[in-house]
Design a protein around this ligand. Sequence first.
Ligand code: ZN
Length: 187
Amino acid sequence: MQATNNSLTSLLRALHFAADKHRDQRRKGCDACPYINHLIEVAEILSRVGGIEDLATLQAAILHDTIEDTQTTGEEIEARFDAEVRRLVEELTDDKRLPKAERKRLQIEHAPDLSLKARVIKIADKISNVRDVTHFPPAHWPHPRRCEYLDWAEEVVAGLRGTNPAVEGLFDLTLREGRRILAGSSS
Ligand code: ZN
């Protein structure tokens, strides 16, 4: 029981840390929901759908956007959590000094090089993003841009497979549904 309690406390600590770091941010989508909703969704997919109980994976899922999108350093994550969580979050962090198109290309290129734990987090991240682009797209995104996002996500996930069949299956389902909905609203 002690270990379970410790794990829960560690998970909640990650949630508290991420909520604090992202407190002023909202998702880009038209519902502009608080950023933390995305992080909870990614961790929840891994736990419920993927059956994942590994603490580092769940913590890194919650923290995966802190370095990229907030003033958080790898050192800070290692000090608060541990070296493995830091490594996972760093694996999931794009180099923001590069132009957006280059970052997107590198996500496809680097996908197969990620560790297994980082891969499954990234697939869950893409599930959450594809859902948002399908149901709550940013107001200024025209229809073709939404379709292109889905195509790109599919390419990234193609390089991430071989980790967790249930999470990969949910991505496929989410992508199919997104394409079906976008095909029905092609104006
Ligand atoms: Zn994310």
